[in-house]
Design a protein. Structure first.
Length: 234
């Protein structure tokens, strides 16, 4: 279970016509006790930060927090009320190899697998992406942030982020799930899952999206963008 410290790796390097994303990814199974505790997103954030302890100077520009996302299994009653359910596992992305041994000794982590992953993205590549994000915007004439509610607004918000990230969705591939809420000590956070197949026009901008995430509430488990090359057609 113990993961020893190792040298940091760069988030990116360049190859002809593209960029390489190099990150550590940890897949963590939470104990039943930790799952209950991490229903509070603030506690979940503390658990992640305790294992990562990375050097902020090594994070890519614009990334203020470690990126992670929780897999949640809401009950039928929770789902019907729009609640996210307790987190049962986490995917954590960081520049440095983490050490989850203290969380394991405390009985909060029952299984963890950390590995260094490399993904190369070039102009013209297609990528299948998914992100659990909070679609919040600044809107003129209002104070603070405004949460988007309609599927059309959320889809437009998502496409705007993709456009700024140097990629565009392939026609009719966007999926936006129904909203779900999770609590943080002084507020509730509303999340939606977005999925799409995109075509990359600017690998450097696309890489920045993968390194820095999408939207707000990244400290509370929102915004980690996971991307993979599409499976070959048979």
């Amino acid at each position: 279970m113990s993961v020893t410290a190792s040298p940091s790796v760069p988030y990116s390097s360049t190859v002809p016509g593209g960029c390489v994303l190099s990150v550590w990814r940890s897949q963590i199974i939470l104990s039943a006790r930790a799952s209950a505790e991490c229903e509070d997103a603030h506690v979940m954030h503390q658990l992640v930060e305790w294992g990562v302890r990375d050097d902020p100077s090594l994070r890519p520009p614009g990334q203020q927090h470690t990126s992670y996302v929780a897999e949640r299994h809401p009950s039928d009653a929770q789902r019907s009320c729009g609640l996210a359910g307790r987190p049962v596992s986490l995917v954590v992305q960081t520049a440095q190899k983490p050490d989850w041994s203290s969380q394991a000794r405390q009985g909060r982590v029952v299984n963890v697998h950390s590995e260094l992953v490399h993904h190369t993205w070039r102009r013209g590549d297609r990528a299948e992406i998914q992100v659990c994000a909070s679609p919040v915007v600044n809107r003129h004439g209002t104070s603070g942030k405004v949460l988007l509610h309609s599927s059309e607004e959320c889809q437009s918000w998502f496409c705007g982020h993709l456009d700024r990230a140097g990629c565009k969705p392939v026609a009719k591939t966007i999926v936006v799930t129904a909203p779900s809420t999770t609590r943080q000590r002084w507020q509730t956070i509303t999340l939606r899952e977005f999925r799409a197949t995109v075509k990359i026009a600017d690998p450097a901008k696309f890489h920045q999206l993968l390194a820095s995430g999408m939207g707000r509430h990244r400290a509370w488990g929102a915004g980690l963008v996971l991307a993979d090359h599409p499976a070959p057609q048979s």
